[in-house]
Write a protein that binds this ligand. Structure first.
Ligand code: SAM
Length: 191
């Protein structure tokens, strides 16, 4: 396990209680969820699970993966029978292939994971990614500039075997602590 990441995130969740409070799901995810054909979902780096909870309420069987026990304990305690929390290091975790109708990765960026998530989709499955991008409007500098997407970057991960259902670059809303530019994409796997 990436011990440094685990310690960092457990500390963050313990010290900044705001991060564990109930949060609204992604607005973009709400729009795209209606297009998903099956009910098996994977939430990558779920944190305390704002999006997992939304999907569970919509009837999905959700696997929520995160490295923080503090965050997953909060999600587990909510008692959703259709959310399975797994404490994993995504640097090492082997995502099963051809397994999910919907995969989401929000407010987290690991570029190496994106091809693996594409492989983990069933045919017709949807991958939804939403995270921060470079922009002079950003109020919070990232701990590592590599965590910010470049303009139009998410489109570069998908070839013609994926249909782009949505792409946007937009300002986050007031539910987050700092004003930041975000980028999102939703793609459907065609083959
Ligand atoms: C900003 S939070 C995003 C939470 C949630 N996806 C959301 O949109 O609200 C980033 C999450 O990534 C998790 N994380 C960071 N590194 C990780 C790793 N190597 N493996 C698994 N999870 C990791 C953290 O514990 C944290 O919960």
């Amino acid at each position: 396990m990436a011990q440094k990441d685990k310690i960092k995130w457990d500390k963050k969740y313990t010290e900044i209680s705001f991060l564990l409070e109930d949060k609204l799901p992604s607005e973009k995810l709400i729009k795209i969820e209606k297009n998903v054909k099956g009910k098996k979902a994977l939430d990558i780096a779920s944190g305390a699970g704002r999006n997992s909870i939304y999907l569970a309420k919509k009837g999905f069987e959700v696997e929520a993966l995160d490295i923080s026990k503090v965050a997953l304990d909060v999600l587990n305690a909510k008692g959703f029978e259709n959310i399975t929390c797994k404490l994993v290091d995504l640097d090492e975790y082997k995502v099963p292939k051809n397994s999910y109708d919907l995969i989401i990765m929000t407010n987290f960026l690991d570029r190496n994971l994106i091809p693996k998530l594409s492989n983990a989709l069933k045919k017709d499955g949807i991958l939804f990614i939403e995270t921060y991008m470079e922009d002079k409007i950003n109020e919070k500098p990232p701990s590592n500039s590599n965590f910010l997407l470049k303009k139009e970057e998410l489109k570069t991960f998908f070839d013609e075997s994926f249909e782009i259902l949505d792409y946007d670059e937009f300002l986050n809303d007031d539910s987050e602590l700092f004003k930041m530019k975000k980028q999102c994409i939703a793609v459907r796997k065609m083959v």
